[in-house]
Design a protein around this ligand. Sequence first.
Ligand SMILES: [Zn+2]
Length: 974
Amino acid sequence: MLFRMAGVRRFLWGVVAAAAFGWAPQATAQQSIHEEYTRRMRETLRDARISTELVRSMPYSSTVPTPLEVLGSIIGEPGILHHSAEIYRYFDSIDAASPRVKVWRIGTTEEGRDMIVAAIADEATIAELDRYRSMLNALSDPRRTTEEQARELIAAAKPIYWITAGVHSPETGGPENLMEFAYRLAVDEAPDVRHIRDNVITFITPIVEVDGWDKQVDTYDYNQRRPAGTPPLPLMYWGRYVQHDNNRDGMGQMLAMTRNLMKEYLVWTPTVLHDLHEEVLYLYTSTGTGPYSPELDPIVIHEWWLMAQNEVMELTKRGVPGVWTYGFYDGWAPNYLFFIGNTHNAIGRFYEVGAYGPDDKVALGEWERTSREWFRPNPILDSIQWGPRSSTNMTVSALLLSLRRTADDRTLFLENFWLKSKRSVEEGRSGPTHAWLVPAGQRRKSDAAEALNALRRQGVEVHTATAAFDAGGVPVQPGDWILRADQPYRTLLDVYFALQNYPPTNPAPYDDTGWTFPLMRDIVVTPISDAGIFDRPMTLATGDVRAAGGVEGAGGVIVVRHTGDNNLVTFRFRFPDVAMEAAEEAFEAEGRRFGAGSVIIPNADRSRLEPALAELGLSGFAMPSAPVVKTHALDVPRIGYIHSWSRTQDEGWVRGAFDQFGVPYTYLGEAKAREGDLRARFDVIVWPHGGAVGAGAPTVGEPLPYRKTAEYPNLGTPDSADDIRGGLGLEGMEELYRFVVQGGTLIVEGGTAAIFPQHHLLPGVQVETPRGLFARGTILRGIISDTRSPLVYGFDTNQLPVYFSLAPVLNATNLPAVTLPDSALDRRGTSIGRYGGTLLNPNAVPLELSPWVPGESYAPSGTPGAASAGAGPQGLAAGRSRVGLPGMRPRVVIQFPADPGDMLLSGGLAGGALLAERAVVADSPVGAGHVVSFAIRPFWRSQTQGTFILGFNALLHWNDLDAGRDDASSRPPG
Ligand SMILES: [Zn+2]
């Protein structure tokens, strides 16, 4: 009230400036107040401290409706959430009513819902949006813009500040609050809001995960109306694939929401990408604790801090408590949605705002975050009466203050954008890395092409060599792919391709520590240091690239190489009616050498198969007769896929990979597994991470259905059930075990890989829970210890990079348990968010990374003649005698190295001795069937394409996994 005269809204800074400098009060347009909206706002606000002059009243417009007119309620009113259709109706209605607002669709989700952008600026700017877009596009590419032109553009252009929300479906404030925010930004005549409209183009995507949002609103409504005494329905699923991990799709870009946003992003080349969340109190504005991704331009680090400190200062000086930065999240991994801004020379940042409700509640300040710190000058209170309106006030105030700073410093942010783009190109020109070569003839050529297309979708330019040449001593063949470093998004390539070295003495990382793109995808990417490459003959790819594929030669038999390419599984499942066989050993035919796993198709219909092989980038060779080699039939399995109802977060990454590569499956809730008769229905069952035996709601009381109904049409996808209570249960476990004993193959990964051994159903495999292991989302060396297993068909050496995160640690060789001395256990720093002002360990020393040379065989370090000693079919572990139960011993197909010094390829690791020779992939014969256990996550976040094929091999060879086993006779009777 202090700064408000009756009927006229004024801004704090206007008054302060006038008072401080004795200026005459500026004549401001008299704008009346929306009395009804304002009254209800005040009634719903629970604590007057969570407010600023920016949101104390609602300006009135005679032409543009507020959410009250369109939706019947104000924003911040308890108990109300709006479906996406209503939110879009609101945005469309202000588009229709105001020349300052323009709304358009940017794509659809997996379930067919629209995603939108609303642009808000002054009417002249909105009328010329395309002109402003072309200015930013010009600033984004210094190869076509001169320094002089850039100076003019920086003076004339306007930053695009893109706000996104609703990525995390239960975080309900963003999509609701952005409606009120949009209204205020469009209609408020106060000088500072006009200043924002005149100088900044604000983009709003109110809901990113639209499928999850509508499920959230239905779930919320269901729970509000459900009969007393019935259990609440949890939010099942969000989008089709993953829940909270959906904002970790910035690198892998599997989800439609990420792809749609990315595509539109590249059209506009915005200046800021700002994501809204609500995980901590009351307002956290991102900088992170560090360590920061070292490949980022230092400019963006300072921009994070400039913008965050602006919000902390502006809100704190208005007396708003609990506005802080620094002590939450780190700034290390580039996998977040908002990181698209940081890897594209813009600014990526986020807020965490106290929850939107859904009901009024007293939110106790978390004790660990109430201390007064340099990054938190006015801390969170011990307790406060919170509520959805507090979330609205906080979000809208902070966003307006951030936009005002962006408007004030418009030329600074544009200049920085230009500079980052320019430096990206210049650093590529000056080297030392001038380009990266991706050989088109490499073993996994089709996976390499897919990797390049993933980069193309993120705006990276891919060139193709049109002649043979040598660059920096690296021979380049015509058709090879080249990623030039003199391109504006070189920074993205640096961030993705670099080796990570996370010092384990730092605070615990917020997410993965390692992500090196060529390692995760197991493809060859060679840096080239030779500026002469810029003048070599090459053409820019204007569409997706494709690996060479098809059929050479003549004859009725076609042999398709198994190169480890994931498309091989696509090929097999696309032609289920075609009889195919797999070679169990390497062989020579028609003067060529073929590896184990090569697919032999007798009586092949070439006209039918050849186009598919060409499309998939797979190499087939026709020959008059079948090669002489031991084979087994590639029987197409009937695949069952079990998901948990208690945790629908993790399995979607596996499902997404199956969908992408055309692997068909029957999707089953855990309870369906209890129905039994599994072997009659399925040959393979996939039970991904997230499954558990005892999990799930208790089964007392009424059934809890998850179904689409007329009242709740958004529920019941992608799976439905009449009752989601209860987990797999011991009965389900028994059925799964019976399925295996009867000849089925069970594939488990991550958490589910620990379940059978914990129930003593997997003899010879023990789960260890070692103290002192630090291995969060890191890339380690996997040693192929049994090169004859079908699970590793397609690999030509005895090692591969694998992604591992914390657990499970599987001991399948009866090695003695390792214990670390107590002095070794305190390597991991404490979490800053939890314990207040702990600083980064300034003496944190990175570990030595092990070198990785694609295609080279592994031999333990320090071994004389190491280059070749480890090669050979028996691999590393051959010498170790395993003492598993007679006849039941598991086949350790991939394991970690014996020497911890050989383990870390990229990321962070401490206590590596605890992983020495532990199983990465084990194949356990059980009865007539198999359990294939992955201690790694082979299908992690659409980033580990290099290990997809291990899971796909398990599908392809499901009933021939004993092939190559050196002691097949020791198999127990089925
Ligand atoms: Zn969130």
